[in-house]
Design a protein around this ligand. Structure first.
Ligand code: ATP
Ligand code: FE2
Length: 316
C-alpha cells in the first residue's frame, strides 16, 4: 500500500496503490487568465494539500512516493516537502519518482501492452519513447509540446486552461483547412503551426482553425510514431499523457496501427492526466528494486528526462 503524491504542474494529486488503484484524488489549479503562474499554482497546492491527502489516504501507507521532476520548481517543492513530512511522520520509506516514466509505466500496467513504442503527449512533453535496456527517446518536439500548443490556441479564443478538451469539441464542428506541417526526421515542431493557427483566428472560424490544427498536429505525431515502429521493429503503440484523452488522436492512431498490423493501446482517461495513483504505482516498482531514500535527502529536479537514472542522481 503506497501513497503517491503528484505536484509537478497544475494538478495536486494523491493516490494509493496496492495491487490496483485504491484511491486517486486531485485538485487542479485553473488560472483565471493566461497560462500557469508558477507561484500561484504552488500556492494552490499548499491550500488544497491537506484535504486531498485526507480524501486519498484510506489506510496507513507502507511508503510515500512523490514526483521529483520534471516540472515547475515551486510546485515540485510543495509536493517534496509534504512527502518528506509524511515519510517522517509515519516513519516509512520515501521514494522519488520520475513523472514522465510514471506516465508510461501506468500506461503499461493499465493496458497490458508489453513492449510498445510509447507516445508521451502532455502539456509539457511530446516524445516518442521505447524501452531498450532503459527508456530511450527516439523523437520529440524541438520546441513546444502538443498540449501546450493546444492550450495557447485555446487561450486566444478566451478558453481557460487546460484548452485541449475545448479545442477537441470545437474541432468536431469545423471544416478542414491547410496549415504548415513540420516533421524533421524523428522530431517535430509545433511552434510554427501554432503561430500560423493563431493568426488564422483573425480570418477564419474558430472551429475550422481547431479542426485544421488538430488534423495537422496529430498527423505529425502519428507519422513520427509510425517511423519509430519501423526503426525499432516493435509491434505495439501505447499513447499516454493528458493529450491521450483526445478521441480524434486515438482514432488516427487506430487507423495507422491497423494499416501496419500493429496493436494500439491507450491509457484510460482517469490515469491519463497528472495523478497521484501513477506515482504510487511507480513507487511500488522502485521499492521492489530496493530503491528508496531517507526523508532528509528529499529533493526535486525541474529538468529530469525519462532516460535519467534516478538512483544515480540521488546517490550523487
Ligand atoms: P507533463 O509534466 O507530463 O508534461 P502536464 O503537466 O502537461 O504533464 P497532463 O495532465 O499530463 O499534465 O496533460 C495536460 C495536457 O493535456 C494539457 O495541455 C491539456 O490541454 C491536454 N489535454 C487534456 N485533455 C485533452 C483532450 N481531450 N484533447 C487534447 N488535449 C487534452
Ligand atoms: Fe504529466
Amino acid at each position: 500500500m503506497i501513497l503517491g503524491i503528484e505536484s509537478t504542474a497544475h494538478t495536486f494529486g494523491v493516490g494509493m496503490f496496492s495491487n490496483k488503484v485504491i484511491s486517486n484524488e486531485w485538485d487542479m489549479y485553473r488560472p483565471k487568465t493566461g497560462g500557469i503562474h508558477p507561484r500561484e499554482a504552488a500556492n494552490h497546492h499548499v491550500e488544497v494539500a491537506k484535504e486531498v491527502v485526507k480524501k486519498a489516504m484510506l489506510k496507513k501507507p507502507k511508503a510515500i512516493a512523490y514526483s521529483c521532476g520534471p516540472g515547475i520548481g515551486p510546485c515540485l517543492k510543495v509536493g517534496t516537502i509534504i512527502s518528506r513530512y509524511l515519510s517522517n511522520k509515519y516513519q516509512i520509506p520515501l521514494v522519488p519518482v520520475n513523472h514522465g516514466v510514471a506516465h508510461m509505466e501506468v500506461g503499461l500496467w493499465s493496458t497490458k501492452a508489453k513492449d510498445p513504442v510509447c507516445v508521451y503527449a502532455s502539456g509539457g512533453n511530446t516524445q516518442i519513447i521505447a524501452r531498450d535496456k532503459t527508456w530511450k527517446i527516439y523523437g520529440e518536439t524541438l520546441d513546444i509540446a502538443l498540449g501546450n500548443a493546444l492550450d495557447k490556441l485555446a487561450r486566444d479564443l478566451g478558453i481557460a486552461h487546460p484548452g485541449g478538451p475545448s479545442i477537441e469539441k470545437l474541432a468536431k464542428k469545423g471544416e478542414f483547412i491547410d496549415m504548415p506541417y513540420t516533421v524533421k526526421g524523428m522530431d517535430l515542431s509545433y511552434s510554427g503551426i501554432m503561430t500560423h493557427a493563431r493568426r488564422l483566428l483573425k480570418t477564419h472560424k474558430p472551429e475550422d482553425v481547431a479542426r485544421g490544427f488538430q488534423e495537422h498536429a496529430f498527423a505529425m505525431l502519428v507519422e513520427v510514431t509510425e517511423r519509430a515502429l519501423a526503426h525499432t521493429e516493435k509491434g505495439e503503440v501505447l499513447l499516454v499523457g493528458g493529450v491521450a484523452k483526445n478521441k480524434r488522436l486515438i482514432e488516427m492512431y487506430k487507423i495507422m496501427c491497423e494499416e501496419r498490423g500493429a496493436k494500439f493501446f491507450v491509457v484510460p482517461d482517469e490515469l491519463a492526466g497528472d495523478n497521484g495513483a501513477m506515482i504510487a504505482y511507480n513507487g511500488k516498482i522502485s521499492l521492489k528494486k530496493g530503491f528508496s531514500i531517507k526523508p532528509e535527502d528529499a529533493d526535486y529536479f525541474q529538468n529530469l528526462r525519462v532516460d535519467t537514472d534516478l538512483e544515480k542522481l540521488f546517490r550523487l
